[in-house]
Design a protein. Sequence first.
Length: 601
Amino acid sequence: MGNTCSSCQNNKKRIRPHQHDQQDSKKLNYNQIQKYETFTYLEQRHYLKWLGIYGQNNQKVGNWTAAWNGVILDNVGGQYSEDGKKKGQWKELAKMFWKNGQVYMCGEYCDDIKNGKWIYIYDENQIGGGSYNKQGLKNGRWIDLSDKFQGDSQITYNGEYKNGKKIGNWDLSYRRSNQFEKIGGGSYNESGEEIKFGKWIEQSEVFRLDSQVIYNGQYKNGKKVGRWEVLYRKQYENEFKQIGGGLYDEEGSEIKLGFWIEVADGFGKYSEFTYQGEYQKGKKVGRWDIWYKKPHSADKSEWIGGGSYNEADQVQFGSWIEVSSEFNYYSQITYNGDYLNGTKIGRWDILYRKQYENQFKQIGGGQYNNKDGNKLGDWVEVSNQFSFDSQVIYSGKYLNGKKIGIWDIMFRRSNQFEKIGGGQYNESGDEIKFGNWIEQSEGFKLDSQVIYNGQYKNGKKVGKWEVLYRKQYENEFKQIGGGLYDEDGSEIKLGRWIELFEEFKWDSQIIYTGEYQNGNKVGQWDVMYRGQQEKEFKQIGGGSYDEEGTQIKQGLWTELSDDFLPTNCVVKNGEYQCGKKVGKWTEIDIQNNQKGNELKI
């Protein structure tokens, strides 16, 4: 490793207490709707480290900065006083910060309180902000960002604050085609109680480029009243069109009345389905139906499920067909069975339909206990990522709603299921894994068949774990990576590891090799690549992390370009000092051994 600068030497005890383990990393994909807050949290746990000095009373003091995936973020952080309070100019990560939404806030602290002008920065440009008063409350004109602000969901709110409360008119804007357009908004009263009134247009919880859903209606004293419409705009259209809606009572209690057409979170290009039925005093009653429209189809929506609610108790009863929370064009999963007083009972079947088929076919299922609705006995379940190219199911037993004993993991290819893994849960009903397990990767699918083989102890990975991979048309999994976890059940990585690129698949076979100490990367790490027709991996990059456990990059590095592909095998070459890029960085086409553009640092 290269020389360590004095700044890094002073950082020996600067790791923030909650270091972030790799196993917490999750990926969003097209067939799984995840809570954005959970995903952002997991990303930050995986990649984010705060570096600075602790005082005698374990309070933060002096200068603190942040690193993301081993790289010091440019000018992020600021100063703590001797009593652990933020002071002076700070650049902070917005709470929605993640790799596809790197949003910062910049401004001044006075005695741990935000003061004066603060701005939002995204993609190196100011995108919003406003001023705080001396009490640390937002005041005056602001442009706020949505809590889920990211690349394809760039939503801002433009309006005025008074002592931390929104007042007057607020506009809702969305950026597409590289410019913001107003898509909604409304008014708050002037009392400073932040109460909505009059006409409002609001975006859905998961509004994004392929899921542009808005709600249009009236507020009275902060409560929805009268008719509210649900509107949707396809990705390349300009006009929002009504797809649903219904009535709220006029008393301001936000109680739904009469016939409603509702959309699920994530309604969009591949998941255009609605729920249609009747409300009485805010409770669903009678028959409710689920309708679905396939993408690129001129046909009307088709009925795919539903059931009935008891008008007396307003709970589900009788036969139901429900859709999975991840239901979309590529993952058409339904659950068929009976309810008694709102509780699932007896046999429930899991059915699946391929994209171009009309018929749903049984793929799994099992029994619910008629007394308490817990799963019992033999079950076959589908994975959360189940789709046309990732047909993974789990087979095993339940006792009182908990998995026990041996569970098998099966994968369908060539139109039949084969066992690819599994393991054991204890018999105590705590659903704790133990002994040898073979598990599929989070993104396991036909062109990315990766599994992990190792031991669990009290539900935690211990000892040696192997990473294995099988090409699309091969039968045998072959070891391609792995390493050691500690034996005390904290799932900390130790020693030499070979890890896979997050998006590893048949045409992106990239691995990382290097050393862990107490769960942190240290020393030399190499980037290796194997082409589709090649047998061996060859080194195409790499560099060194410091030896202090801060997992910060040092010295010369060769990294993958942001858009590295088999058809675009370009890497970036340059130097890090204390986790920051310095000097000249250039692009290199490794296939043609040609230098490209000099990069802006």
